[in-house]
Design a protein around this ligand. Structure first.
Ligand code: ADP
Ligand code: MG
Length: 278
């Protein structure tokens, strides 16, 4: 076989959702943004990720979707390096709600169904799961309603809920929610809690990035990122105890340290400060 020929990606069966990260390292240019992230999540585990602004949480979220690849370390889904997957096939099993929801000028169905509009039952199921079916069905054109201007004219909470429905589309086994509560009112928050609980009940692995302490009650494990470094990780109660007792301090507006050489050992953590769990 000629050396230049890339092997065909292995076709894995649908994953169960066991997600493991081993010393993930990611840098933007020479700036290390995520370093040393290591965890192991069985299917049905909810991992909370906390830490101050600019500490690398959203970058970690993108790494976990498999779209961005760590420069060092390994991310495994059901034991296989995520990058052995065919990216298109992998995407179907992963639901991702980015911090800034990106909608497209197109129908609600297209937006929820990731352009697989023909899968109407799955689109509606996702909307029902996200608690917005009644709202959509009540629109004059229902699911065919076209979102103008990439949905920028919609209220923030509704954009968030459509993004959430998209993340739930087609029964993913891993769901990554990056500050999903940011624009939600009380009803939206209650819906979000129900959704996370239901996902957990279905054995779906959930990564929940949030500042909201009421949502941390849904998590089994907690990962505290400070300046891109894993400052604490373990069962939620233990990590919260460490933080409240001062055994682990966190945060501070300091930016992530610059890497002098990549790949290489991560730089030491900068001076920590108190965590912003509200
Ligand atoms: N595309 C990018 N290019 C360069 N730096 C980036 C990029 N995206 C994020 N960063 C930087 O990476 C760091 C972590 O950002 P982010 O992951 O968004 O943190 P958080 O979600 O915790 O607020 C920040 O210092 C941010 O400025
Ligand atoms: Mg973020």
């Amino acid at each position: 076989m000629p050396l230049s020929r890339r092997p065909k990606p292995w076709i894995f069966p649908p994953p169960k959702g066991r997600l493991t990260a081993e010393k993930l390292l990611f840098a933007h240019g020479r700036k290390v943004v995520v370093a040393g992230v290591t965890f192991e999540l069985e299917p049905g585990t909810v991992l909370g990720v906390i830490g101050p602004s600019g500490t690398g949480k959203s970058t970690l979220a993108r790494l976990l979707t498999g779209v961005w690849r760590p420069q060092n370390g390994i991310l495994r889904l059901d034991g296989a390096d995520m990058h052995q997957w065919d990216q298109n096939k992998l995407g179907r099993h992963i639901g991702y709600l980015p911090q800034d929801v990106e909608l497209f000028t197109g129908s609600v169905a297209l937006n929820i169904g990731r352009f697989q509009e023909e899968d109407q039952a799955a689109v509606q199921a996702a909307a029902e799961f996200a608690g917005i079916h009644d709202y959509i069905a009540g629109l004059p054109d229902g699911y065919a309603t076209v979102l103008e201007e990439q949905g920028r004219n919609l209220p923030g909470g509704l954009r968030q809920r459509i993004g959430l429905a998209r993340a739930l589309f087609a029964s993913p086994r891993l769901v990554i929610l990056d500050e999903p509560d940011a624009n939600l009112d009380f009803t939206g928050l209650e819906a979000l809690k129900r959704i996370v609980e239901e996902l957990k009940g279905q054995g779906v692995t959930v990564v929940l990035i949030t500042h909201r302490s009421s949502l941390l009650g849904l998590t089994d494990k907690l990962l505290l990122l400070v300046n891109g470094q894993q400052a604490a990780y373990g069962p939620t109660a233990e990590v919260l105890q460490k933080i409240s007792s001062g055994a682990v301090s966190a945060t501070g507006p300091a930016p992530a340290p610059a890497a002098s050489a990549l790949p290489g050992p991560p730089p030491p953590p900068l001076q920590p400060a108190p965590v912003t769990v509200q």
